[in-house]
Write a new protein. Structure first.
Length: 507
């Protein structure tokens, strides 16, 4: 009987399809499946976004979309277990219809391809609450799970409430609310009980679900050992993080919509994502069974207690070892078109602002400044202007300037960077960012590190804008007078920072 390099029998080595591999959970599940000895294929709309992940060389990437039956059928060929980790939340008012259609396509193509199991991570729903009374987010998650369970392919539907892990939206919301507000006027949902779970346990259950017996076709509640109110979670976070005791004053007047704007104001999580999170806290969501342990046994000390899950997440953040973040997935509705290589693609209109400066520093020193841009390091020009642009973007429902960085020093394709997304990176030479702010058009910012004909280091910067309609043209010309201050200042300050970094520090 043949085994693979891990001593695993071939019949135990499964071929797994992972959707949502560029997202928070999917990006962490792939390396776990590979470590378990399985083969992995990722279905993703933009395979290039996975290029810089450490596990990318070991996984197959195919282009496609769960709403496209043909691409799903191609991706399902030869697959044993198919993981469904996507949702259409935030894609518009019809996101429930999109979720429903995508789930049905996925189930039909899984049956046609002879897939042995579908694994889905959904949301924990309250008992004795009519489905029509649930938030659209939870209602859609429940419906997708039901579609898979009613299909002809055995399904494992895992239902989780608050997921605690470095970079998760729930953790970031809890973290920033607690750290930034020593005194909080909070909505009444802070008294609602929930059952948080550490991301490590979520991944353990997802991996273990792949090898469940063929006759298992059901949902499982998954959660940690602690049942807590959100108020208790904030106070326990303060203790774990070494903060002073927080004063929490709940008020009944903050609706989920108002709460989401309040969360969006205080935390990096935009209101569009905060709203389903806060709506999910209106009802008590606790596990009513732990049957998953029959098939995926819990080792000693697991599932992780809440305080331990918090401590691990905080350690990852402080050590800058966050593998994925809630913002790893593209923002629904944000532009995703690649930079046009021919202005004709843009209808003949592609506005540019280009700057070029020589630098009294090595290419390595300049690149370090370029790759470290954004987040806590800022944008090297007129901080107030950048802050105001971020506030305006938040005001109109955009992501704003507070998403920060996944890693303080290193970037990879697909990373979110404040209100930009890393579209391309050539280490030591090029960083291209695509704007995800609300704009009447598409925008990019490119930063090049080069060597001129005399052998000197040169910095080149291009801001590009493809307008959409008359308003797009008007927008460019209305902001162009400020380019000398914003983009000109950025180029000068980046080169100065690189030059300062090479000078010896005086004793």
């Amino acid at each position: 009987m043949e085994t693979n390099g891990r001593g695993q029998r071939d019949e135990e080595r499964l071929h797994c399809l992972v959707t949502g591999a560029s997202g928070y959970i999917g990006g962490r599940l792939v390396p776990e499946l590979l470590a378990a000895g399985h083969r992995v294929r990722c279905l993703v709309r933009s395979p290039g976004k996975l290029r810089d992940h450490p596990w990318a060389p070991d996984a197959e990437k195919v282009r496609g979309d769960v709403t496209d039956a043909h691409s799903v059928a191609e991706a399902m060929r030869g697959i044993d277990v198919a993981y469904y980790l996507v949702h259409a939340l935030g894609s518009g008012a019809e996101f429930e219809d999109t979720d429903r259609r995508a789930a049905r396509i996925f189930a039909r193509q899984a049956r046609a391809a002879g897939v042995r199991r579908i694994v889905y991570l959904g949301g924990l729903t309250p008992r004795n609450v009519p489905e029509g009374s649930l938030s659209p987010h939870l209602r859609s998650r429940a419906e997708v799970g039901r579609i898979f369970l009613e299909s002809e392919v055995p399904a494992t539907v895992l239902r989780a409430a608050v997921v605690i892990g470095s970079g998760s939206a729930s953790f970031e919301m809890l973290r920033y609310l607690t750290e930034r507000l020593p005194v909080m006027v909070t909505p009444s949902w802070v008294h609602t009980r929930t059952q948080p779970i550490g991301v490590r346990d979520v991944l353990r259950y997802l991996v273990g679900s792949a090898t469940m017996p063929d006759d298992v076709d059901r949902s499982f509640d998954i959660g940690g050992p602690d049942v807590l109110t959100y108020r208790e979670m904030m106070r326990r976070y303060a203790v774990v993080a070494g903060l002073r005791r927080r004063v929490i004053v709940p008020v009944p007047v903050l609706t989920p919509r108002l709460s989401s704007h309040w969360v969006g104001l205080v935390t990096p999580v935009p209101a569009s994502l905060a709203r389903p999170l806060t709506e999910s806290l209106r009802h008590e969501v606790v596990c009513h069974e732990h049957d998953i342990a029959r098939y995926v046994p819990d080792p000693p000390g697991r599932p992780l207690p809440f305080d331990e899950a918090l401590a691990l997440a905080l350690r990852r953040v402080r050590e800058a070892q966050v593998a994925t973040r809630w913002s790893s997935a593209s923002v629904p509705g944000a532009p995703s078109d690649p930079l046009p290589t021919d202005p004709d693609w843009a209808g003949g209109s592609l506005y540019q602002d280009e700057r070029e400066l020589s630098v009294d520093a090595s290419r390595e020193a300049l690149w370090k400044v370029v790759e470290g841009i954004g987040g806590d390091n800022g944008w090297y020009s007129f901080p107030l202007a950048w802050a105001v642009r971020g506030w305006l973007d938040r005001f109109v429902g955009g992501v704003g300037l507070r998403r920060g960085r996944r890693d303080a020093e290193r970037l990879r394709v697909g990373d979110s960077l404040d209100f930009w997304r890393v579209e391309e990176i050539e280490p030591g030479h090029l960083l291209r960012l695509r704007a995800e702010m609300r704009l009447p058009g598409l925008a990019w910012l490119e930063m090049y590190v080069e060597t001129d004909d005399a052998g000197r280091t040169r910095y080149r910067q291009r801001a590009l804008f493809h307008p959409r309609g008359l308003f797009g043209h008007a927008y460019w010309w209305s902001v162009s007078p400020f380019h000398a201050v914003v983009f000109g200042g950025m180029a000068r300050n980046i080169t100065r920072a690189a030059a300062r970094s090479r000078r010896p520090v005086r004793p």
